[in-house]
Each structure stands twice: as C-alpha cells, then as structure tokens.
Design a protein around this ligand. Structure first.
Ligand code: CA
Ligand code: CA
Length: 588
C-alpha cells in the first residue's frame, strides 16, 4: 500500500474511533448494547428494560451519586427528558427547548444549545422536552415552535433546521424523534388548539421531508413531494367539515417493531373536546361520531407512511382521553408477539403485533366511570349516563349537564412511560387515581385559540394517594403489586435484569423497587420533583443510573384541586448520575 494512502486510512480509522457515528444497526441493537443508550425507550420497542444485572436487589443499597449537573438559568420548569449516552457523552434536552452534551465520567458540560423561541408559542402543558434522537454525527430534537433541529453531536453546531408546522396555529413539539432506516420520524403537538395530528418522515441527513401522514380522515398524505393517499374515508365518521380541525395530535412520538417493520403512533383527542359537536351524540352502528383516527393507535409502514392497521381505544371520545400513550412491542409467556399500551382512559390493552388486532383489555385504575368494560371486539361498553351532557340540550344552551368522570382528563396514565421486564414478563405502569367534574360548552374554531368546548375540575379519588405504580401481568391482567404515592406520578419507569424497577416521584425521590414484590430497596432525594425518565448503562465494568430532577409538567398547570395539593413542591433542574462502585458490587 502506498504510504500516503496507508496514513490516510489510519487517520480515518482513528477518526472513526474518536468520533464514532451512530448507525441504523446500532439503533436496532440498542436494547442489547449495555454500554450506551441510543434511543428513546432504551430500544425502539420502548420496553425500557436493561439486560444489566451488575446492580441487583442485594447491592442496590450501595448505589451512590457520581455527579450532578445543573441546567442553570431561570428556566426551571418541568424536566421530562430521557438522556442518551454514546461514546462517553450524555445528551439531554431541557425545558424551553435546550440541549446539553455532558462528559459521562465527570459531569462537565461539553456544549449547550438554546433554541431561539419566537414570541407567541402555544405549548399547552408546560415548556417541556422529552428527549433527542442520535444518528450519524448528529443529535436531533424538536422545539416548542414546532421545528426540528439537527446538531453536530461533537460541537452543538446546527446542521439543519426544519419546520414541522405553524406554531401560530397552536402546533408545538416536545417528543423524542424516532430514527428508522435513515428517516427521522416525528409527530406533532397542539391537540387543544384544533390542529390536525400528523406523522412526518424526513431524510435524517438533510431534513428533507419524505412522507407525511395526517391521522384524521379526509386529509391527504404525501410521499416524495406528491399526494399519496387519503387518510380513511371522507365523512365516514366525521360530520360536515369538523375533520378539518379534528385534532388527533401525535404528541408523544412513536415506537418501531423491527420484526413486523411497523411504526406505531398514538393519536390524541378529537377536537373540540365537546363530543356532541362531532356527531357523537347518540350510539350509532355506522361509525358516525367515532371520529377516526383520533384517540387511536396506528400501525404505519415506515417506508411510505401508509396506515397498515388502526385500533381506536376511545371512539366518540369526550373526556380528553388522548390515545397517544406508548405502544410497547413484546413477546408474551406463550411466545406470542404482542403490543401493549396503558391508555389515558384507564384500560390496559394487548394487541396482536402482526395486524394490531384486539386481544384483551383490563382496567389498570380503580373507579372507571365512562365505560363498563371493553367488549370482545375491543369496543368500549359506554356508560351513557356518565357522558358529559350536550349544552344544546340545556335551558340556555350554554352549559351541558356536569358529570363526574374517572379517570380525569390527565388520565389513568399520562405520557410517562411504563417498562416491560423480560425477566418477570410483567409491565410496570405509572398510574394515577383521579377523576374530574366535566361539562360541555359551545365553541367555534379560531386559529391559535384553545378549542375545547369543555370545562373541568380535576380531583383526587383518594385522600392518601393519587400516584400508583403497578406491576401488571399482561397475560392475565392481574395486578401483582402496587406502590401508592401521595402526589400524582409523572415520571418514566425502567426495569432491569438485576430484578429492579426504577421510577421517581414529584416529592423528589428516585426509587428502586423489587420487581417481584414492590418492596422499596433504595431511594435518593434529588431536591426537586422527578418527572424525567431514568436510564442505566455500563462503563468500565460498573453500572450507572441517571435521572433528571425538576418538577413541572401538566399537573401544576392543569391539576385543579390536585394542583393545590402539590403546590408546595419546589422547582429545579438537576441531572443526577449514580454509580455502583466496583468494590461495593459484591458487598451485601
Ligand atoms: Ca444500548
Ligand atoms: Ca388532549
């Protein structure tokens, strides 16, 4: 070999080692590679399960802080990020669309990026961000002005920046993007403003749009810059022009199952909240008023954006039971390929992974009022008397009958992700036991204004607790154990092969539970409420755990009587990393 070429090859190899790029293969293997965390969900199936067992039930008591990192500034609002770890660097997003790169060994900042947000952004539920994606030499995240930005992962410099939608119409973005086969795939936020939910795929290298898939019937999708197919069938389940501002925000992002090559995105409430304005007044056999595909889960072909299947958790939705909660791909104890999702509406669903067909549903919270159960076809058995009334039927036409509904609109489970343990075969679901008084009002659509047509007050169902972490057997629906927490749970859950389940509380504790009994084996006070998502990884033979602390999110803003109960909690903004020192790993 020519010595100049040889030198160039050595340089290239050295360069590769120093600045390792992230490939599709690495993303596909993320759930098994213990030295990094490359995807939202610790694997694109979103199981949030680590095969690491260095840290276990016996030695977790020896878990100690390694370093902490302050997000700084005056922007101490809800911190919901899931950190990523790659090549010695941790990447986190912060409130107000900020991003940080941090040395995992020392906690020193490498760079910080602050999105310059315009005046007039319309985030509904705090100025949060839930995390980034990593691909090639870029980290990519969404911003509150409904844009997506790709940064050079080594410098924080902007590589490309694109508009997802018009923030002036109420669109925003807070979810972690998903990367599949070189496409960066995002949803949108803004379901309380009469926006239209959509899934978009872009070339991750350039940011150029490849396909779009609106999720409300009647809207056209696109592929390579041309119209592709209409979503659903015009006016099949939506009366008149209501579909044009029909909601269905895809605000929590999606999951990907490599075995069936399927993206799954959930869709939020149909707009407005007042279901009587959407043809949903009376039970019907023809589907009118079901408002497809709002409050649903959609299986989507990642190459084209075509909808492969749909399952609607709440037809005729009228309680803000967004259907966005994460859909986790797993294999049950009998070896069947399944999806599972714990819906805002209080039911835990199992679907067939091949075609999205309904398998089973059980309540995972107590006191559900809106439905008596789910029938064998997967359709709710509505409790018609508990439906918020039609204002048009009231004496002055201004306020429909008030009903008490449980769960309340913040849901039996909200955005905070559950975990699936491959060790126990159980799901660990962060849930809340609360209800609301809700009533309907007249409303007309106005661009950039709240489009609800409802009023509500959320309230606790029990005096001693709202939060409830539950271990659920997905095969039987049995609740194996429950941990009750005074404040509503709003943070993510993680399970490990060491037999541990981690989550945080608004009261500030990061906690480790025995995955079989629910016993609290370890906890640490982080100084502010935890609404972030824990991760774990291995470095130099030691196991690390990281979580962000910083109280906020929707509860203090929207929580009615519950907000008063938790108004003593202090804000923050601190990233905590814990380590099990090698010499203590075998100590009991
Ligand atoms: Ca990994
Ligand atoms: Ca909503």
């Amino acid at each position: 070999m020519n010595r100049f070429i040889k030198a160039a090859v050595i340089c290239l190899l050295a360069g590769t080692a120093a600045h390792a790029e992230v490939t599709e293969e690495m993303l596909a293997n993320d759930q098994a590679s213990t030295g990094d965390v490359l995807t939202n969900g610790m694997g694109r199936h979103l199981q949030r399960y680590s095969p690491l067992d260095i840290l276990n039930k016996d030695n977790v008591k020896n878990l100690v802080p390694a370093w902490a990192f302050s997000l700084g500034g005056e922007k101490q609002r809800g911190q919901e990020t899931q950190p990523l770890v790659h090549d010695g660097v941790m990447y986190i997003t912060g409130s107000y669309s900020r991003m940080y790169a941090i040395d995992v060994k020392t906690g020193q900042e490498i760079w910080q990026y602050d999105a310059r947000l315009p005046e007039g952004i319309l985030p509904c539920c705090d100025v949060v961000n839930r995390g980034a994606a990593i691909y090639g030499d870029m980290v990519i995240f969404g911003t509150l002005d409904a844009r997506i930005v790709a940064l050079n992962k080594d410098t924080g410099d902007v590589v490309w920046r694109k508009k997802i939608a018009d923030y002036k119409a109420g669109y925003s973005y807070t979810a972690a993007p998903l990367i599949v086969n070189g496409l960066v795939i995002t949803g949108n936020s803004g379901g309380e403003f009469g926006i239209v939910g959509e899934v978009q795929a872009r070339d991750a290298m350039t940011g150029e749009t490849v396909w779009t898939r609106p999720v409300i019937e009647g809207h056209m999708g696109t592929l390579n810059g041309e119209e592709s197919t209409m979503t659903g069938e015009l006016n099949a389940t939506w009366p008149g022009d209501m579909w044009k501002t029909g909601g269905g925000a895809t605000w929590l992002g999606g999951s990907y199952d490599i075995e069936t090559d399927t993206l799954v995105f959930g869709t939020g409430n149909p707009a407005p909240w007042n279901s009587h304005l959407r043809g949903a007044g009376a039970p019907s056999d023809d589907g009118m008023g079901d408002n497809l595909y709002a409050a649903s889960r959609l299986g989507i072909d990642p190459a084209t954006g075509e909808i492969k299947w749909h399952y609607q958790t709440t037809p005729r939705e009228g309680w803000d039971y967004d259907g966005v909660n994460e859909v986790v791909a797993y294999t049950d104890r009998a070896g069947e390929k399944r999806w599972a999702t714990a819906d805002r509406n209080g039911f835990f669903y199992v679907l067939n992974r091949e075609d999205g067909a309904f398998v089973s549903a059980v309540p995972f919270v107590k006191d559900i009022t809106w439905a008596e159960g789910i029938d064998e076809t997967g359709r709710p058995i509505f409790a018609e008397d508990n439906r918020p009334g039609d204002p048009a039927a009231s004496a002055d036409g201004k306020k429909g009958e008030v009903v008490f509904s449980s769960p309340g609109f913040l849901g039996g489970k909200n955005w905070m992700p559950m975990a699936f343990s491959q060790r126990t075969g159980n799901f660990y679901v962060p849930s809340n036991e609360w209800g609301m008084d809700i009533w309907n009002e007249p409303i007309t659509y106005k661009k950039g204004a709240a489009y609800l047509g409802s009023g509500f007050t959320i309230k606790p169902n029990y005096q001693d607790h709202i939060g409830s972490l539950k271990a659920i057997d997905p095969d039987t629906g049995e609740i194996k154990w429950e941990f009750k927490n005074e404040a509503p749970l709003w943070g993510g859950v993680m399970a490990t092969a060491g037999g541990l389940v981690f989550t945080g509380t608004p009261e500030g504790h990061l906690m480790a539970f025995d995955d079989e009994t629910g016993e609290v084996l370890w906890s640490f006070q982080t100084g502010s409420g935890i609404v972030g998502q824990p991760i774990t990884w291995e470095q130099d033979g030691e196991q690390y755990v990281t979580v962000i602390s910083g109280w906020g999110g929707a509860v203090p803003l929207w929580g009615g009587e519950v907000a008063k109960k938790v108004n003593y909690l202090n804000q923050g903004g601190m990233l905590w990393t814990f380590r099990l020192p090698e010499q203590l790993a075998s100590a009991n």
